[in-house]
Design a protein around this ligand. Sequence first.
Ligand code: FES
Length: 337
Amino acid sequence: MTYQVRIEGTEHAFEAEEGENVIAAATRAGLMLPYSCRSGTCGTCKGEVIQGAIQYPDGLPPAIDADEEGEGKALFCQARPVSDLVIRVAEVREAGDIQPQRLPARVERVDDCAPDVRRVFLKLPRDKRMPFLAGQYIDILLRGGHRRSFSLANAPHDDELLELHVRHMPGGIFSEYVFTNMQAGALLRFEGPLGNFALREDSDRPMILMGGGTGFAPIKGIVEHALHIGVARPMHIYWGARSRQDLYLESLPRHWEKLHPSVDFTPVLSEPAPEDEWQGAQGFVHEQVLADYPDLSGYDVYMSGPPPMINAAREGFVAAGLPADRLFYDSFEPGRD
Ligand code: FES
């Protein structure tokens, strides 16, 4: 049995499975409703049921009282539809709609994916979740007030684990830890989500998404989100790296390209190793974008990478006709990671 849930005043509707709460069903459909604890205690997810009926599996949750329930209020992280619903709730559309939180997390696993890149997967405590938009980042909080920022490489619908791509920076306080001592089970604290680098869903222009090195991480999150919600706009993904081993998840964009006619993938190497026997594009990644798209006036461009790449690309892309307000970027210092 499934139920239709419609958000009043919008064209957005989604299906909830029997026994599935409203927040989980909305997230599965690629819609973001406000939430925080997902355990019925904080009240962030409170909204109204305009039509239809809901049930709570374990009685009224702590963050709502009987009077509020009588007025039609509901906690959507706990409420299960038992009929089709029309609800009133403020959708999260922009990064500014989400309050950053400070949260603990446990390292679930660390995967080697290149000699100097590891993927770190973090798990939040059982009663905590962090709403975020694909492409945003978190700050790992370190001793002495230090912070290290990492883009979220997973999409919001896939938030069981938070995925970070960490490049080894010799001497870097956090990256040395990741590459030497970090074990599954280690505890961290972080603040997030941060930043406003995220997919603009209100556009129908084709997209160019360019990542440099581990700047591929937020591009991965954005593309996975876009594919999940059925965005059919063309997406041309460029990934710039030094040599082939630095394309540490190369099979993933190749897989998207094979599966989705709207996706193209062009890896660009600046210093291919002889053993790479590289036949593909070479040079600076933004120059390859400009060679392929000399007129960018009809595009949205998303890019993420180190400042020299971002600065050079920004100048070149605007000169190629890209309106400045259609250029979205996340520039990170190597020290940030
Ligand atoms: Fe906290 Fe629902 S009560 S998210």
